[in-house]
Design a protein around this ligand. Sequence first.
Ligand SMILES: [Zn+2]
Length: 407
Amino acid sequence: MNIIKLTRVLVLFFIALNPLYSQSKVVWATADKCGFDPMHAARTFDALGHAWGYGYDTLQIDLQKWTQSPFAQIDSIGASTLNRALWMLTITDSTAAIVPRIRISIHARTHPGEVQSTWVTNELINQLLGDSGLARLLRRNCIFNILPMYNPDGVELGFARGNANGIDIESNWYAAQSEQEVLMLRQFFKGKMNTANPIEIALNMHSAYACKRYFVFHDAAGTSTEYEELERDFVDKIHNQWPEEIEPWSYMITWTNGTPLRYPESWFWLNHGAAVMALTYEDKNCDTAADFDRVANALLTGIGEYLGLQSEPTSVTENRSISAANTVVRLYPNPVAAGGIFQVAISSNKEMDAMYLFDILGRRVGSFMRPGREAAFRLPNLPAGKYFLTTIFKNSRVVTPITILQN
Ligand SMILES: [Zn+2]
């Protein structure tokens, strides 16, 4: 082992032993969802070489290629600690007239040693820019904001986990002084949450040293029972695309002791509650990692199903089906004034058992019992904002966003 390799192994050991990591071992699953293994990381670096096989220059070449597509646009959300641009690719079909669009944010390569998160994300981009029916459906209905390399400095320096300052920007979101990359991404999220098309799904792409593919599930103790149900549905929809390889939602359950003040997902939950499905996806970080195209297809198909995009969107409101893909709940007017009357109509011959209204924190703020197939209701006098109407059928439910205006 030459001196450079030896130094790298020692640095990785030091990182593993530093107080942040020791402290995090109290709740292992919560603190290190990727299962970082410094020896494994050192071996992988030796095998893949500079930048773990995919560096900043390669990204810039790929960005050039992607922006040839009429559906892609490139921008920077700011600069890293060492002043590298944090490139953001936006994918949507701006010729389609569907409003509102569903914004989906995806960021990858927080941990430089998890290059598989790049391979999956690049496949997501390639497929979204492709010619399939799914790609067209998603481009028409959604806006994808994809940050392929959130930690370019760490990637170029050959670090396994940290940024240029050696800080883990995954768990730095509530530090007294957040790192530059965290500040930039948080500012981006904040800006988008204040638009007519706020982020509704936020995926945080990593890869796991345990050599498994899974989502990091947040327990109701750190979220809410309503949110847990949405999370289960989201993960199920993707797991079902490839059940032999993508673990079920119960594989890694975290936040069992409350909301940790650490992660981007914590930030989304504490600021926007159930309005954003914010989850970490872990691909395989090992020699047998492969089939990134199949993973990307499972993710995109699952997202399409979760959003209920199979049915043509109506002009009245977009429909979010949880397990009743063919049932459309029409709601009008939407937006509706607080205390005002709104009308609900169901497209299928199912009868509604009940309807519940939730605020963005997942708290139930209204209920309407046994409404049948079509009915009018008076809203309670609620503060203006975004809410979710959950319509319960015998074996399924449909969630529809509703905006309540000041009376
Ligand atoms: Zn990671």
